[in-house]
Design a binder for this molecule. Structure first.
Ligand code: FES
Length: 118
């Protein structure tokens, strides 16, 4: 059964790329506000257990249709503060090796409150 937990007010996110780290049903979760969207990930790096959600949020390097490296400026990746593994904010997948996945959670916004579903 999924339960909805209120984790913050929308006005707790003061600027773009902001995040809060909170405890939801015994699990530490980072909730990010990026480009008008909310994302929720476990605050736990699957490499060696670092507090992943304390890492920097950036764009990412990717190969374009001409096989040239381009930097995507849209902030969509969180970088682990310990060894710099990078995870997609939306899917939790490691962008270099998709075998490694950080759990993600659905979010909802209602009446000025942000909720995480777990
Ligand atoms: S603990 Fe996150 S990259 Fe090593």
């Amino acid at each position: 059964m999924t339960t909805r937990y209120r984790v913050a007010g929308t006005d707790d996110f003061t600027d773009d790329s902001d995040r809060i780290i909170c405890e939801v049903d015994g699990l530490e979760i980072g909730v990010f506000y990026v480009d008008g969207e909310y994302y929720a990930l476990a605050n736990y790096c699957v490499h060696q257990g670092a507090p992943l959600c304390e890492g920097q949020v950036t764009g990412e390097m990717a190969v374009d249709d001409n096989w040239e490296w381009q930097y995507d400026h849209d902030p969509c990746v969180v970088t682990c503060p310990w060894h710099e593994w990078k995870f997609d904010l939306e899917t939790g997948v490691n962008i270099s090796d998709e075998r490694y996945v950080t759990p993600t959670f659905e979010t909802e916004v209602e009446d000025g409150a942000v909720y995480v579903l777990r």
